[in-house]
Design a protein around this ligand. Structure first.
Ligand code: SF4
Length: 378
């Protein structure tokens, strides 16, 4: 089966106040040893997967475009040298506005990258400042245009709602501005206050003033209604695209297809087995330098856990879950396992069943976590 490849770049110029991703703004001195270790891990996986075609690649972070052009080139060359890559592969790179330039864009383009995902979040300068982003709205527009001038036509913008001080009008303005930029994809995420972040500390002190529930709901409803009405189909809870521009790499996650992850904190999923790399960057480098695999955790998923994961990942998508596919994969009767849960969720109008598929309803999309929780083994 074709496989996806994720490459993690854990460097950021400045940590955003809401971010709990494995990314750091104080380890620039580790950049070169990290890239050397990363390339070694890529080579290693290349050997293991010889004969397997890679059909989606995603370089994420962190901020991959913080790396200098020649360093990006080293990584891209290593990827091409190590793997058999499908001719029609989707190759995405995450970028932050203000960290790209013509040289880097040309390196990415000639290295086979065909999709760029910009972390824009909002086009309001005041809001960008309040969440600790390094760029301005004007820089975001410029970065998208420069990417388009360099030949990238498949562009995603990440946008956020529920930000401190954000109104539905602000969100509306940001979405409308995004759509004027001739992009193909929008990921729209609601802010979550994650443990250990500066926002969590502010929240505890009572200094983080977030939109209230009604405003939050208004923003969610606006986003999920406005985008599909303007040509961006919702294909997953938080993802909207023009027809044919769904992110194929992310679809792999939701469709329970195999992928490998390289770099600190990256995960690999080989269907029944999940591997997690060491998340500490210095330890990741040390481990690779001493010739050991950088794997911190190797889990053999029990059938119960695998079934639950399969279900809630599939339910995230608008296509939902195919009962026949589930039964084929796990050799278990879906209704025998989950009949009671399905009846209850149907009654609550959170799911709908049609032609052997189960999908979240509009209400279910909003309260996805309530649905997913039901399928988790005790
Ligand atoms: S740029 Fe992205 S990864 Fe880096 S701190 Fe901000 S949200 Fe986190």
């Amino acid at each position: 089966m074709k496989t996806g490849l994720y490459i993690h770049i854990p460097f950021c110029q400045q940590k955003c106040l809401y971010c709990d991703f494995p990314s750091y703004d104080n380890i620039t001195h580790l950049l070169q040893p990290y890239v050397a270790a990363l390339c070694q891990e890529i080579s290693g996986w290349g050997g293991v997967l010889s004969g397997t075609l890679i059909d989606t690649i995603y370089i994420g972070g962190g901020t991959p475009t913080l790396l200098p052009a020649d360093t990006l080139k080293v990584i891209l060359n290593k990827v091409h040298e190590s793997f058999s890559i499908d001719e029609a592969a989707e190759f995405s790179v995450e970028a932050n506005p203000g960290t790209t330039n013509q040289e880097k864009l040309l390196v990415l383009k000639s290295g086979g990258v065909n999709r760029i995902s910009f972390g824009v979040q909002t086009f309001s300068d005041a809001l960008l400042k309040s969440i600790g982003r390094i760029h301005s709205a004007e820089q975001a527009v410029r970065s998208v245009k420069e990417a388009q001038d360099a030949g990238f036509s498949n562009i995603n913008l990440d946008l956020m709602y529920g930000l401190p001080g954000q109104s539905c009008k602000d969100l509306e303005a940001s979405i409308q501005k995004a759509m004027k930029l001739d992009i193909t994809h929008i990921s729209a995420y609601g802010l979550k206050v994650e443990e250990g972040t500066p926002f969590a500390a502010m929240d505890q002190k009572g200094t983080l003033i977030l939109p209230d529930e009604v405003e939050d709901e208004e923003m969610y409803t606006f986003t999920t209604e406005y985008l599909p009405q303007h040509g961006f189909n919702r294909y997953e809870i938080s993802n909207f695209s023009k027809a044919g521009y769904e992110c194929r790499h992310n679809l792999k996650y939701w469709r329970y297809q195999p992928y490998i992850g390289v770099g600190a904190a990256a995960h690999s999923f080989l269907q029944k087995e999940r591997l997690s790399n060491i998340s500490s960057v210095p330890q990741y480098i040390k481990c690779i330098q001493s010739g050991k695999p950088p794997i911190e955790l190797r889990e053999n998923l029990s059938t119960k856990v695998a079934m639950a994961e399969y279900i809630f990942l599939a339910l995230r998508t608008v296509q939902g879950l195919s009962i026949l596919e589930f039964q084929e994969l796990f050799k278990r009767g879906f209704y025998l396992e989950y009949g009671d849960i399905v009846s209850e969720l149907l009654q609550k109008k959170l799911i709908a069943v049609k032609e052997n598929r189960i999908k979240l309803t509009v209400l279910g999309m909003k309260y996805g976590n309530v649905v997913f929780r039901e399928f988790l083994p005790e």
